[in-house]
Design a protein. Sequence first.
Lengths: 227, 714
Amino acid sequence: MEPVTLNPRPLTRFALAAALAPALLALLLAGCTNPFTPANPQPPSGDAIVEDFSSIDALLNTMGTAIQTRTTTGADAYIHAFAESTTTGQRAFYAYHDQSVKAFWTSTHLGQSAPEPWPLALERRLHSELSSIRQNDPYIFSWTRDTQQSSDTEIAPDVWLVHIVYKLYATPATSDPVLIVSGFADLLIQQVGSKWSIIEWHDRVDPAYGATNTEVTSFTYQRLSAP
Amino acid sequence: MSSFRRLAILSLAVAGGLGFLGLPGRTAAQTSHFAFADTTVLRDTLGLHFDHIIEAADSLQRQYGRDLPPDSLRAHIIRYRLPLSRLLVMADSMHVDVDSVGIAIDRERFNPLSANYATNGQTTFKYQSGYTIQKITTSWTNGADFTLQRGTMLLTNSTTIGIDRTNATNGLSIQQNRNSTSQATWRVSRNVSMGGVATLTGYDSEDPGGVSNQQDRTSNFQFTSRSKQMFRRGITSDLNLLAGYLDATNVSSIKRGFSGDFNGHSRVERGDWFSHDFTAGVNGNLSRTRRPTSTITLGTHDLSGGVRGGMQLYQTEPVGLNVNYQARRTTVETPTDADTVNKIITTTASVDATVRIRRNNNRYLNLSGNTGINFSLQGDLHDKGWKAEGRWVQGLWQLDASGGDAIRLSQRPRQNGGGGYDENQDGRQAEVRLERPLSRRLTARITGDIGLDQYRSTARADSASPPTPRDNYQQSYRIEGVYQPMETFNTRVALVVGLIRSINLPSTSTANNTDTRSYRAEWTWSFRLMRGLTANQTNSVESDYEFYPFAPERNDLSIDYNTTTTLDAIITPRLSINLSHNARQQPHGDWRVFPDGSGALLPSDENLNYTLRANVVWTVSPGVSLTLLPEYVATDRTGTTNGVATPQRSARHLALSGGASLDLPLGKNGHLQGDVRRQFSDDRNTTYLSGLPQPSPLAEQDYWVGSLALSWNL
């Protein structure tokens, strides 16, 4: 192996070229627009959704606000509440349907598939499906802990099992709020760094309305109905 | 006693106990330009040498224009037992990439038109059987390979059958996979062969939790004809024709009909200055298809045709040109639930060209451009871009620079509640690396990179929800130095400073914009304490400041202190011990910036992790070894509320795995490989409620895993 030496060498034409190259490059760059300058963002408006995923409650509140906001911003914020697997080892989001609702849906939608587990790519459709139920009425989404189940449990390091009851109301201007979606969910929520995200959604029908009710439906029904 | 002190004592004990041993060891010499390369690949020996493998991989990566890491190259050398120089010569003569040489060798073994095809008769039969048992899954595989050659006749068969059984809570599920390929070939003349091939596959799945069991069957019987031509010196070609009967049954369709495949390849060479490879082919089937639940049979046609090629001009000259192109159109027809035919058409085409200006491996410039299209059901993609990369070595200085711009237009039609928009992506990247040995023992390197990805979208349908227009900007620089005062010791120090900006443009999304500034310092060292005993340590500190430009109250800071120490000891030629210890502390919390510009961390939580692992291997005999793998992991998390830190959770994990591995020859023709281990683990988690510990029950697992594989040659 040839040893490395530090002996000075005479300046060759290549050395001269190498020395002049940075100066030439600087001159060229000075005359051009910097191709790496990002665009200037607009100041935030009142319609903005603050995506706060710093705790389980903040995550679920952000998800609720996103469902209430029936715009692209709301859809983006909604999908950000779920885990996305971008590298090996990261867990991706999957939803699991209520089997009685799934059986009812498949019996009334012959020939149509009912994907399960339900991946993140399909979950994007749920936001627009929910938004289209009552297109002209504002929404209110509420969630509470399911007191019939155990309290939040850490089933694995940084993975919590959380049981919730969810309800979505349409609020027409001329009448009382109308309940359009209701159900239970057993959620697995993980913390990666400072961000919490939902990795599994096990949906359960609200027995007060049943699996065959099409006026007050569950997320399972809405997911499967999303085109 | 701190974990570091415990580790130091343990290290000294191991080092002292092994002090009387003297075993051979080796290190790799390297040129200064590759001082930063991972040299561990050079320490491996299987009777093969890996000298200059890093330089060769670097050169091949440039030539192929794709990633070819040294360890991948090393894997090919080991797998095919070919020295690097031999591998390079064979790749050159076979006109294939270095990592395709092995595949080409395997393929040519059974090509009757190959120049190396042996005409003396041979009969081989190889049987393999394996059984693997895991905690809830067992797998049983059986396979046989048969070859019969008599003169110009060749008969081959390869059959595999695999059965997986999984005992889950909802019952026993079973999957069976069966594959068989039989081929009969007769070399009619020196350049023509004819024959037939039968391909049979089957898949069965029984799952008590599934809606229905799955059964797939495919049978394909084809007549084959292969020929090769040499029109004159430097112009060669080969043509292949396969045609026959197809029968495919699966959960969604039953398809029967005629299948065919016609393809060819030609190569034109003119001295050292010109070569052109061209491949074209068309395959498909004309079938009658129906859904399993339907009585209506439909006519379906599947067709796929494509061309691809590559042209090289003046490869050995200072200025050369490379052009690659490909185009393919695929049509697939499937029955729908309404018993109509659904046609799916996919079209792709692309071309790229590279001008290589090369003085030698230390002074070169490559300029590339590419363009391409992709039309499919999901939408249309239009790509174009350019890339430049070069290296200039002047004396002890080495400068590497690269840059490029990739532009993509995605046109998404409105369907399934999504799409209905066009999106333009523009990604610009640039990187510069400067390296210089400062002395015989010290080398320094500076790397800087910058990049900007811009996404802009336009709605094409009234109800479309196109993605948010946004920019992603990143820049970083890394300064590092390697100091190697002696052959047995080297150390490296690095500082990395980075900025990542996530910039949403519309006012409805900018509240979530972030600027993440990262600072990372690393120190690693490796010391061969004595022959057969090497210690390595990596220490790092990283701070990630996440700033919200429009919501400073959400600024936060994550800190990561990490240290990993390993001891690799070869105590005797038959006994080796690897010991690894990791300690990690990760505080996190809000980051508040005061009016005077200073800041403070308001802690919210902190994780502490300690891991200690060992791997003891005792080779009892050349075919039998015993392994012991103990592991201990301690995890603690504390949360801080109103400045008071309280424990939130602690977990302790102890695992022990021990077993034996077999690799025994059975006579001249047989081989037995196996592994059996006992796995034991204990876990206990403690959560805290109002500061009071709530320990979980001790979770114990204790089970056997193993595998046994027998192969027999007749």
